[in-house]
Design a protein around this ligand. Sequence first.
Ligand code: ZN
Ligand code: ZN
Length: 197
Amino acid sequence: MSTRACSVARCDRPHRRNGLCDMHDQRMKRTGTTDDPARKTLADRFWEKVDRGGPDDCWEWTAAVNEHGYGVMRPEGRRTGPGIKAHRVSLMLAGVDVDSLVVRHSCDNPPCVNPAHLSTGTKADNSADMVARGRSPRGSRSGASKLTERQVAEIRVRQAAGELHRVLAAEYGISRVTITNIVTGKTWRHVTTTKAA
Ligand SMILES: [Zn+2]
Ligand SMILES: [Zn+2]
């Protein structure tokens, strides 16, 4: 009995003929290649999990997200271990070299993978950006990006004057939690009512 294995990478079935195991030999005869027809390219695996909208819309990742709301996907052939961030994959597939760079969202929407909303920057750019937007580096998905600094200041003034969170939330199109975060200073800490009012 031969101990020689099939020559296809990662196949450890015993060799039968033509350098291949039974399965690969038959597949080669049938399809002209030893590639698994069910195996999808990275682009296939990526785009089937994206809710694509119009060119200017956010295209949200519909599969797993990490604790910060960023889409994640498993590297090819791996079921465990760290995932790769979907928005990074999006730019990679668009031909952008993202190595050692951070990928930033112009829309501030973590699950978005629309390459038109993504750009690369250094880590320093990224923290300056987060400070400017009043977001913590932990990246809570506050929805704060829908608002301007002026609106945030208005919300604080109106809440202090006794307006209900429910009313403010409806008027600004944001959640009551977002209102609470704004008035308690959990988000938009850099906006002071005296400065902006
Ligand atoms: Zn094989
Ligand atoms: Zn977006």
